[in-house]
Ligand binder design. Structure first.
Ligand code: PMP
Length: 383
């Protein structure tokens, strides 16, 4: 046997499949322009900070008690917001929340995945999905997205019939590509799940973390909930609500699906402080949605500008359509050189996605201008 120092985790009885794993996460570097993790670039406004401070102070008065385990008030207000945003009526019992939509989706895998079961998604997609599968002992399989990063409904149906998943994860808008799926594709996947296993069709999760940034004419999958008992739509307050630090994600589904998630959650998983912060931010939704609208405009401007640029080899850049608050662009023979060049200019973006592509989050107009100038310089230097 190897000496203790050279065995992973110093000989502790780590699960074998974890022995060579690294904790997930992008580098957290101290750089002037942070455009690497799709955060909202705007810090909470003074009015939002004041409401949060007041609500947290009120919650502090009873922190000796466990919080409302079922977060009834927050569910009410999330249902209200989602109904308003999507135009679809929503009951509080149809809403679930946790510490980020990451935890919401982990709950889904805990309830509907597990040993002997399979989770299916369409790559390239959000890199945390395989970790939810790993951590719940669920087999992980992917089918490919097309060249435009869309999902072909017939190929999706074939993959569902072949792998017979119990959970299907569909990010729309997708990370890292930014592309949203037409509702007809989501419906085709729901139909394929039902056709493959009519008695217990797979749970289909549409991960709408970036939904508020979608372009006009791209409806939310929330409108399909009433007809599909196996559909769950996840959302987050991390992006549109500029609340990544508070860790609040949520999900909408029919109440029986939510009941299954209640079985696997830890008791009191959503702290009283978290509930208070989320409710305070929801009260400012009008102002926050106005900010989202300006970020959408910045995003469209960034896509248009990138499409006019040429890479170091002289070929026009390729830029994926984006319904999110980030843009995937490329392709570069040496994407790491471009990423490093930008970092040397004080701009941190993300080296992710298919070979040769890079992802940049939409920042403030000033940050986007700094990014554009830096990219122009870097491409020039590499030409
Ligand atoms: N889904 C997608 C597609 C994401 O990109 C992210 C965050 N990067 C999440 C879910 C999770 O976000 P959170 O846990 O902050 O809600």
């Amino acid at each position: 046997a190897a000496p203790a120092e050279t065995t992973p985790f110093r000989g502790l009885p780590i699960r074998p499949e974890l022995a060579h794993e690294q904790p997930y996460g992008a580098p957290q570097l101290d750089v002037p322009v942070l455009l690497n993790v799709n955060e909202n670039p705007y810090a909470p406004a003074p009015e939002v900070i004041a409401t949060i401070a007041r609500e947290v102070a009120a919650a502090a008065a009873s922190l000796n008690r466990y919080p409302d385990r079922d977060f009834a008030a927050l569910r009410d207000e999330l249902a209200d917001y989602l109904a308003l945003e999507s135009g679809v009526p929503m009951e509080p019992f149809s809403v679930w929340a946790a510490n980020g939509s990451n935890e919401v989706m982990l709950h889904v895998l805990q309830a509907f995945g597990g040993p002997g079961r399979t989770a299916l998604s369409f790559a390239p997609t959000y890199s945390m999905y395989p970790e939810y599968a790993r951590d719940t002992h669920t087999r992980w399989v992917t089918a490919r997205r097309e060249d435009d990063f869309g999902v072909d409904p017939a190929k999706a149906a074939a993959a569902i019939a072949e792998h017979r998943p119990s959970v299907i994860l569909l990010a729309s808008p997708n990370n890292p590509t930014g592309t949203a799926l037409p509702l007809s594709t989501v419906e085709a996947i729901l139909d394929a799940a039902s056709a493959t296993d009519p008695a217990t069709p797979a749970v289909v999760v549409v991960d709408e973390a970036y939904a508020e940034f979608r372009r006009a004419g791209t409806p939310s999958a929330v409108s399909l909930l009433a007809r599909h008992p196996n559909l769950a739509v996840t959302r987050t307050m991390s992006k549109a609500f500029a609340l990544a630090g508070a860790r609040v994600g949520y999900l909408a589904a029919q109440p029986h699906l939510v009941d299954a998630l209640r079985v696997v959650r830890l008791p009191y998983h959503l702290s009283a402080v978290t509930q208070a912060v989320a409710r305070a931010a929801l009260r400012h939704r009008d102002a926050l949605m106005a900010q989202v609208s300006s970020l959408r405009g910045e995003r469209d401007g960034l896509v248009a500008w990138l499409r006019e640029q040429r890479g170091p080899g002289g070929a026009p850049l390729r830029v994926a359509d984006s319904d999110a608050n980030f843009v995937l662009f490329g392709t570069f023979a040496d994407r790491h050189a471009v990423w490093q060049g930008l970092l040397d200019h004080g701009v941190l973006i993300r080296e992710t996605g298919p070979d040769g592509w890079l992802r940049v989050s939409v920042g403030t107009p000033e940050e986007n201008a700094t990014f554009r100038d830096a990219l122009t310089d870097v491409i020039q230097a590499l030409t």
